[in-house]
Design a protein around this ligand. Sequence first.
Ligand code: AHR
Length: 533
Amino acid sequence: MVLKTAALHIGMLASVAALALQPLPALAQQPAPVHLEVDATHQGPTISRDIFGQFAEHLGTGIYGGIWVGPDSPIPNVRGIRSDVVAALRVIRVPNVRWPGGCFGDNYHWRNGIGPHATRPATLNPDWGGVIEPNSFGTQEYFDFLGQIGAEAFISENIGSGTVQEAADWFEYMTSGKPTTLAKERAANGHLAPYAVKYLGLGNENWACGGAMSPAHYVEEMKRFSRYTRNYNPAQQSPSAAMKRVAVGWDSGNDDFTDAVMKAWKEKNWAWDIEGVSLHGYTIPNSWEKKGPSVGFGEDEYAKGIRATLKMKEWIAHQSAIMDKYDPDKKVGLYVDEWGIWTDSNPGTNPGFLQQQNTLRDAVIAALNLNIFMRNAERVRGANIAQMINVLQAMILTDGPKMVVTPTYHVYRMYVPFHDATLLPVTFDAGTYRFGDTSLPAVDAVAVRDRAGRLWLSLVNVDPNHPAHIAASIGRTTARSATGEVLTASSVDAHNSFTSPNQVAPRAFVGRRSGGLLLFDVPPKSIAVVEVR
Ligand code: AHR
């Protein structure tokens, strides 16, 4: 209301700013209006759609039950892959799926997961609950799933317990276009054409579950795996189409790996290379031992979660500074290939399955992180939220035949226009959201131009108590309208369940034009995405 009155009377940016400096007594509790300015003429970096990537590990019911139900299941499926999940994932245009781990990846032996199901061995999943791994979902099922949802492959290979030869054979099996014995085995298993692997993850967290290696040891292993894990797919031989190799970097607390990897890269010879370094950064609202509940919490837990998630900004800045030291031209990308909120598991569930509910708080966390990645698009070329289905900050929850999409899923759907868009500079005063001793930026915003030339804004109001009144000026152009969607709900821990699937769902949202400005009343604790015309 404040902003509407002001803008109607004065209609100029300078006056809006002046209003912010002179709060009226009656409005003392209300946050000041936010003046936001987009430089629509500037060509920023391209936001790789791989920033919206997913992660699917053999963990809990992420794969078994979440994706794979088997061809004989009463749950509708195509070749064993559940159709409701595929339909939901197609909507959010998943660019790539990192698989098979995670920690599981350094236990994974690919030969267990090829060929007829009847002959596949049952093994164990020692990292995640010690349950039996039936190996029913292996290489051919992974690529079938990717084909069904329209995503590309990101394979995390086994450096911890596998050999270089095993990895080399897997990649020859998957990618050879020539009729080698391994390629013929692939054809006999149903796929004549070589598979395309866009990303190769050179191990996973090899400072811990991937073999507890020292940085120096990892670098030596990584060089051998980079050298011998070859991509033979003839369609991927040009530099732009070539497979990209991502080495292991920091774990949100220790930068030794990034430094060692980047130093080695600077000194590398022709025999090996990498195109990326990873960053794993989870949002833990409280402590590792007692992370905090995933649902049934109030503003205190909400504020802690938002404060924890904003560390991503510092982690990326810190990693980028190390990378800049060795690679000022930004040839090597930073891949945040595991991130998301990690809470206590749902009571009564197997603690090794990492099952948690997903709330409006998590949607705000998703949007804030995606915005951080986009703002750092020059260095951040990919990110994979952990994890896609039924695990940690999931897009989708399933239970037998039941399926529900989460608030985080809705953010991924609303952000589709940001895939491969160009970042536009935005300036705004974020204001402050206070809870107890915690002070956080109240508002966040990103502007992009999509590949069709349309301009989009993401506006996040972190404050759970007050709307954000935003007055946006779009460079020197006269924006006529802004239409889109907003995601909010009655409480910070609102969530969707199988019986109540639409507690948190987007609704229509518009901006109002006033003078040369677009005015937005962004509700408390919400994410709005609008197209500006
Ligand atoms: O996402 C769960 C686990 O978290 C992954 O397996 C591991 O890489 C990380 O520590």
